[in-house]
Ligand binder design. Sequence first.
Ligand code: NDP
Length: 324
Amino acid sequence: MRAITINNYGGAENLELTELPMPERRPGQVLVKTLAAGVNFIDTYQRAGIANYQKPLPLTLGLEGAGEVIESDNKQLTPGDVVAWPFAPASYAEYVTIDETKVVKVPENISPEIAAASMLQGMTAHYLVNDTFKITENTAALVHAGAGGVGLLLIQMIKQLGGQVIATASADEKRQLAIQHGADHAIDYKDFDKQINELTDDLGVDVVYDGIGQATYMQSLASLKKRGLLALFGASSGPVPLFDLQMLNSMGSLFITRPTLADYISTKTELQSRADDVFKAITNGMKVNIHKTYDLADASAAHKDIESRETSGKLILKPASDSQ
Ligand code: NDP
């Protein structure tokens, strides 16, 4: 079967289309034919060999996807069922074996592409607005990279819960997209803490959802109300350096958290209920923006694109459907 592997850590050019043997299914696993694999920032961190994300080489990349069950011992998951998953190593491949507790069934009205696109980004947006900080009708939130994959979903979920959203984005076109997805305001990054103060009568926001990290975290803290929360959920500009906690005191008794999806779907029950909520939101009209679909062989182009800062929404790889 075809798969995308790396033999060295480094740039997107290191991604190679390789012929690998079919994965061997163990008891308690399902064998799935991949119909769509999601491309995520975490894949680029693994490819680059960044500390905390490094995996042994050679490595087949990819974690997220959706596909058709081929073999299973589980009566609830029969051949032909379409399932999706957020975390199955080696998902950039035509076939994947996955623990049956790590997949969810996809409703018939949702395509494999949309299902793959809504696993990591959709469930991340879901836990951020429901569990990391509960959005209510009185909440004002700042969403960075509002036209990004997580950003567009965060905006829609916050509006659905009755909150106010100010989104940041680097280009006019992206700010328009954030507004089209429901943002009340969309601003650029220049002195964004000052722009937030102007938009909130000097109060600041209750919560900042910051997946950018190094380039934004200080101004994100300065954009918060007293006792506000910085949910630092990513590092698309690089990781935040060592931080003096005393600053949280002098900036207004602030809170900071560095959450990760794995801890918000740590049981099968939680994974299933979070995925069900996301699928329900999609059925009820939440838009999942697919930026572009690539052939599996073009994975390196997808990695270059996600790192280019020019994408809006999800990048999907499609393995060929009929070869082994
Ligand atoms: P996005 O589609 O949001 O793409 C990243 C965006 O970040 C860019 O489009 C860009 O938007 C902005 N950005 C700002 N500075 C940079 C930079 N230096 N390089 C690249 N992009 C930059 O990606 P995702 O929605 O897939 O992921 C967003 C973040 O969420 C990532 O950091 C990812 O790792 C993280 N994540 C975290 C999870 C968790 O559970 N903690 C789970 C899933 C994702 P603009 O040009 O408008 O600034």
